[in-house]
Each structure stands twice: as structure tokens, then as C-alpha cells.
Ligand binder design. Structure first.
Ligand code: PEP
Ligand code: MG
Length: 670
């Protein structure tokens, strides 16, 4: 029985593949009428196994006995995720919402009371312009079958070429989209899937030309994924199609530019859904707004639009058929409303709104490099969350006064061996140099549990979010932490560094980690390094008065603090709406932390997503937070919000929020 609450989706499926690949035996998984190879992630996903779905695993080979017990254990323990515990030996039967239901909830929640053409508002802003509908070119396959050997070799070469291209795209994407480049690793995984290649080779064996064989297999995969009753998995069908087209274009001898026909003057771009490779090659300076027929707040187009600040409306549905190329329209990214052929009055109203928003954004941008003070003079530092040297450069250019959170784990993931001290030192120096003398808070490695490291085998855990992660893992593997501290202190000659420990829940963890820093400081002769902790576990917030006597600063990780306070998985698709960092319970913990810090002359920042939420700025500073750490693109707007607030008002608003009963009440009160 698959007890993972979102079923056998990508993450647990990958874990099952990893476990299965350790054995020589042939291993298949049956679900309903389908049977697939357990060593192929794509095939496992096409089973569409949902929460509490039953599967049978058939294992045949010389290591079958050991394989059976290891695989059974892995499935029972949740394949790297937390799973439900059966009640009295029986599975709970809470139904997974269907794809249609999830989509319906998203739409009705966001576009309530709107009439006419509309979709899910994804990125705010009002624009007017002509629609240009992007039709994806699918290759017309003309190639005829030559011979089994020739076609199979041709396909293998095209797949290898596609892998190389993905590498390049991933570098471009990292520069354009920052941390969102991981999607290309997922594509690489699909390309390397042995089941897909084998299925295509079998078709070639039956005298099908390489391109036809590839298309047939990939269409089949995409189709079965898009039919799954699971919105998250169904969205990944777009990735399969992207990979399909990449190989088909190579087989057809083309290096296609999907945007060759796009007009030179700026347009409102309408697409069914933008594939990741489309978004990387798109010249966004010619795009006024992005509208998509399918897609949601978490789709690739949404991520692109938000990271570039382009107004966007997604999930418009069949009504988008009325949005023909050349139609003059208004797109309102804040409400999700689209007005085709607007009247003169509608145009005037939209122009006024667009001008107001633009002026506000321009004013914010013009002052992005100035310090932010409330209207009555309290200085609040606005710093950046980053994960790479490129992020640091962008954040600095956007007005960041330093880095409030450098997630260093990006250096440790997706590798076969840990990065060396020298490799780490070079990157940390690069980040400090990019910040030009401003302080950078490096958070030590925050992995484990849901973010496993291949070179650090840990036993599977029933509840990885409550397991060996963050500082707990670092203290279990002290060599890793010591090397990282060594590299950080080596880099201290390039700028002011601060060190922060993640997931601290107990004073002993902080003391051990701080002592380790001191030891390396003594060895290297480095003095004056400020050290602090993330407040992201309720126990740390409740004990903040004890911690405050010893730490130099606190930074509140509202993503995890909300997860652990409300007991809601931060990745849960259904609970996402309720999991709100403005819940009074979370705010009370932040208030307690800020009071404790103040009493000991220490400062408190916030580096979770809440720091960039316009409704949260006033409350957070009113509670005594003096540093907000947000993504580079949000810096100007956060500074503008601070300038528009008086501290005396913020304090009153924060006190009112602490007395509210629900997050909804808090939002209404702001
Ligand atoms: C947080 O939990 O709020 C945080 C900033 O850390 P991360 O999102 O990396 O867990
Ligand atoms: Mg966290």
C-alpha cells in the first residue's frame, strides 16, 4: 500500500528506482491492469498510484530474497517521505482530491466574483497590447526507416546530443532563473530513462523509423501522465513533451528557434503552456504579459513570470480560444481578468491603473539602493536570499544591503562526493566579492531527511521533516560541518561573514556547533565571526530568551516555522492554502523571539517567504524584526513598503494581529 499522501509521485518514485537499481533481479510493479519496470521512474509515474493505492512488486533473479525485503521496507517506510501510520492495521481512506477538483478550487478561490475571460492571477501588473498566440511546432516526421542498426544508432546519438544541449540550457537557465534551473536535471533524467529507450528500440526492431518510434513512446508517456488524477504529476507531462520535441528536432536536423515568428514589437504572449526550454530562450523584453491556457501558480511559466516580474494569468482554459492573434486586450495580472477589444472607457481606466502601478514600481526601483527607514525614522535592513554567486550579483544590483540567507546546500546536492574545502572557499569568496563589502549570512548545510545526499547514506525515515536534517545531520557528520566552517573562515578575507545554523531545536546543538566554529577560528587565527541560529522550530522560539544570551542574532525561517507550528507539510498541495505564516500562532512565536532578542541587545531578521509578503511587512517590523531577507526581485518593493509605514502604526497593527483568532482575520486586519 502506498501511504505517501500524494501517492507515488516523482520523489518517492525516484527513491523506489534507486532502491530497485541496487539489485540485479528483474523487478516489476503492478497497479490495476498495468505492469511496469521498477527501475524506470517515468514508467512508475505512469501507474498513477494514489494515496493508499495498492501495488504488487514482482522480483525475479538471483538476489530476489534480499531485494524483496529491502524494497518492502523502503515502501513501508515511505520512500523518503513521511507516511500515514495505519490505524488498527487498516489504511486510512481519506480521498486524494482529483485533478479537476484541485484545479477548480484554485480557480474559484482566486477569481471569485469575476466575470468574462479570466484565469488564475500569477503575477500582478496591468498591461494593454495585442495578443500573439504561440503555437508549438511539432516536427513533421518525414524520415523513413533505414535499418534496425542505423535507426537505433541514430536515436542513441540524438539522445546523447540532447543531453549535451540540456547541459548548456541548464547553465543559461541558472543565469536567467537562478535556482529554478533544476528542471533541466529532471529532463536529463527522463532522457536517460532505460525503459523509454528500450521501448523505442523495440519499435525500431519492428521497422519503425527512429523519429516515429521516439514520438510514439513519448506521446504515450505524456498522455498517460496527463490523465492521472493528480495535478502535480499531470503537470509534469509538459516536461515529457519538451524532452520529446528536443530529440525530434535533433533527428530532423534542426536547431529550432521556437520564437522565430514572434513579432518585434512587444506582445501579450498566449500559449497552451510554456515548456521550460521555451522560457529560457524567450526574449522577455518583447513580452508585455504571459497568459496560458493550462498551467497553475506552480507551473514553469508562472515561475518565469514571477522571477522576471512580468504580469501573468494562467489556467484560462477553453475560453482562451477567443484570444486570437492580433486582438487588442487588457491583461490584469492582479485579478486574472482579461478584457478583449476593450471600450475607450475600459482602456482609460486600465491606463490609469497601469500608470499608478508603474509609477509606484519605478519610484521603488529608483530608491532600491537607498536604505529603508519607516516614515518615523526606524531603519530596517533589506537583504537578499541567495543560492549562488549569480544570485548574489543580481541581488546586489537590485539594491540588497547584504545577504540574510545564503542557502549553501546547493553546493552539496546533485554530486557523487562532497565539495572540497578549496571548491567551497572559492564560491564563498565569489559571493562575498559580489556583495562588495556588505555582510553575508551563510547558513551551514541544511540537508537530510527530504533532501538526501547520495554520498551520505542514511537509513530511510518515516517522517523525514522530523528526522536527521539540518544541524542534526551536520552534527552527526562533523567532518562535513568542520570542512564547511573551515572554507567559510578561509573566505572571511573577502568580506564580512556571519555563520548561521539551521533547524536548531535544542541549546546543546547550538553550543556544539558554536564550539566547532571557535575551534576552527583558533586554528586559523580568525577572530570576530558573528554566529546565529535560524528560528524555525517552535522549541527554539519558545526558548529564545535562553538562546539570546549566547547567539549574536536570530533569523526566523517562517517556511519551516509555519510547517512545524501548524503541523502542515510545507509541500502539501491541499494544505497550501491554510499553511499561512501570518497565522497568529506563528506571529506569537516571532513576537516572543523578538522580545527575547531585544532584552539581550541582539537583533532578529526574517528570511522565510513571509518576509516578501506585502501584508506581512508592517506586522513583522511592528513585532520588532529589523532585517527582512527576500529574493532579489522583491527588494525594491519591500523597501517601498517600509518607507510607507510608520513604526508607531506598525506596532499597533502587530499587537492587533497577535490578538486575532485566525490567519484570515490577521490578513483582514492589515
Ligand atoms: C525557512 O524555513 O523559512 C527557510 C528560510 O529555510 P528553507 O526554506 O531553506 O528551509
Ligand atoms: Mg528552513
Amino acid at each position: 500500500m502506498i501511504r505517501n499522501h500524494t501517492g507515488l509521485h516523482a520523489r518517492p518514485a525516484k527513491e523506489l528506482v534507486n532502491v530497485a537499481k541496487k539489485f540485479r533481479s528483474k523487478i516489476t510493479v503492478q497497479h490495476g491492469a498495468k505492469t511496469v519496470n521498477a527501475k524506470s521512474m517515468m514508467s512508475l509515474l505512469t501507474l498513477g498510484v494514489r494515496h493508499n493505492g495498492a501495488i504488487s512488486v514482482v522480483i525475479d533473479g538471483d538476489d530476489e530474497v534480499e531485494a524483496a525485503s529491502v524494497i518492502e521496507q523502503a515502501i513501508l517506510s515511505g520512500l523518503g517521505e513521511d507516511v500515514d501510520t495505519p490505524v488498527n492495521g487498516e489504511a486510512k481512506t481519506a480521498a486524494q482530491p482529483t485533478k479537476a477538483k484541485v484545479a477548480e478550487e484554485k480557480v474559484t478561490e482566486s477569481v471569485e466574483e469575476l466575470t468574462g475571460l479570466h484565469g488564475i492571477p500569477v503575477c500582478s501588473g496591468v498591461v494593454m497590447g495585442r495578443i500573439w498566440r504561440y503555437e508549438r511546432q511539432t516536427e513533421t516526421i518525414t524520415a523513413a526507416f533505414q535499418s534496425v542498426a542505423a535507426d537505433q544508432a541514430q536515436l542513441a546519438a540524438a539522445i546523447a546530443q540532447a543531453q549535451d544541449d540540456l547541459q548548456q540550457l541548464s547553465i543559461q537557465a541558472a543565469a536567467k532563473l537562478g535556482a529554478n534551473a533544476e528542471i533541466f536535471h529532471a529532463h536529463s533524467e527522463i532522457l536517460g530513462d532505460p525503459d523509454i529507450k528500450e521501448a523505442a528500440d523495440q519499435l525500431i526492431d519492428q521497422q519503425t523509423a527512429a523519429a516515429h518510434a521516439w514520438q510514439q513512446v513519448m506521446d504515450g508517456r505524456a498522455e498517460s501522465m496527463s490523465q492521472l488524477d493528480n495535478a502535480l504529476m499531470a503537470e509534469r507531462a509538459a516536461d515529457v513533451r519538451d524532452v520529446r520535441d528536443r530529440v525530434l528536432a535533433i533527428l530532423a536536423g534542426k536547431t529550432s528557434d521556437p520564437w522565430a515568428d514572434m513579432p518585434a514589437e512587444p506582445i501579450i504572449l498566449l500559449a497552451d503552456e510554456l515548456l521550460p526550454s521555451d522560457t529560457v530562450t524567450l526574449d522577455t523584453s518583447r513580452v508585455l504579459a504571459i497568459c496560458t491556457v493550462s498551467g497553475s501558480k506552480t507551473s514553469h511559466s508562472a515561475i518565469l513570470a514571477r522571477s522576471l516580474g512580468i504580469p501573468a494569468v494562467m489556467g484560462i482554459g477553453e475560453a482562451a480560444a477567443t484570444m486570437t492573434t492580433g486582438t487588442f486586450s487588457i491583461v490584469n495580472g492582479a485579478t486574472g481578468q482579461i478584457t478583449l477589444d476593450p471600450t475607450e472607457d475600459e482602456k482609460k481606466a486600465a491606463q490609469i491603473e497601469a500608470d499608478t502601478l508603474r509609477k509606484r514600481a519605478e519610484a521603488a526601483q529608483a530608491a532600491a539602493h537607498d536604505q529603508a527607514r519607516t516614515s518615523d525614522g526606524t531603519r530596517i535592513e533589506v537583504v537578499a536570499n541567495i543560492g549562488s554567486v549569480a544570485d548574489a550579483e543580481k541581488a546586489y544590483a537590485n539594491g540588497a544591503e547584504g545577504v540574510g540567507l545564503c542557502r549553501t546546500e546547493f553546493l552539496f546536492l546533485d554530486r557523487e562526493t562532497p565539495p572540497t574545502i578549496d571548491e567551497q572557499t572559492a564560491i564563498y569568496r565569489g559571493i562575498l566579492t559580489a556583495m562588495n563589502g556588505n555582510p553575508v549570512i551563510f547558513r551551514t548545510l541544511d540537508v537530510g531527511g527530504d533532501k538526501p545526499l547520495s554520498y551520505l547514506p542514511l537509513p530511510p525515515e518515516e517522517n523525514p521533516f522530523l528526522g536527521i536534517r539540518g544541524i542534526r545531520l551536520a552534527l552527526e557528520k562533523p567532518d562535513l560541518l568542520r570542512d564547511q566552517i573551515h572554507a567559510l573562515l578561509n573566505a572571511a578575507d573577502a568580506g564580512p561573514i556571519r555563520i548561521m545554523f539551521p533547524m536548531v531545536s535544542d541549546l546543546s546543538e547550538w553550543r556544539m556547533a558554536r564550539a566547532m566554529v571557535q575551534k576552527v577560528q583558533d586554528e586559523l587565527g580568525v577572530t570576530n565571526v558573528e554566529c546565529g541560529i535560524m528560528i524555525e522550530v517552535p522549541s527554539a522560539a519558545l526558548m529564545a530568551d535562553i538562546f539570546a544570551a549566547e547567539v549574536d542574532f536570530f533569523s526566523v525561517g517562517t517556511n519551516d516555522l509555519t510547517q512545524y507550528t501548524l503541523a502542515m507539510d510545507r509541500l502539501h498541495p491541499v494544505l497550501a492554502k491554510q499553511s499561512d505564516g501570518l497565522h497568529p500562532a506563528v506571529l506569537r512565536l516571532i513576537a516572543k523571539t523578538a522580545q527575547a532578542a531585544k532584552a539581550h541587545g541582539k537583533w532578529v531578521g526574517v528570511c522565510g517567504e513571509l518576509a516578501a509578503d506585502p501584508q506581512a511587512t508592517t506586522i513583522l517590523i511592528g513585532l520588532g524584526v529589523t532585517e527582512l531577507s527576500v529574493s532579489g526581485v522583491a527588494i525594491a518593493a519591500v523597501k517601498a513598503n517600509i518607507r510607507a509605514t510608520a513604526m508607531t502604526d506598525a506596532e499597533k497593527i502587530a499587537q492587533t494581529a497577535l490578538g486575532c483568532a485566525t490567519a484570515k482575520e490577521v490578513r483582514a486586519s492589515v
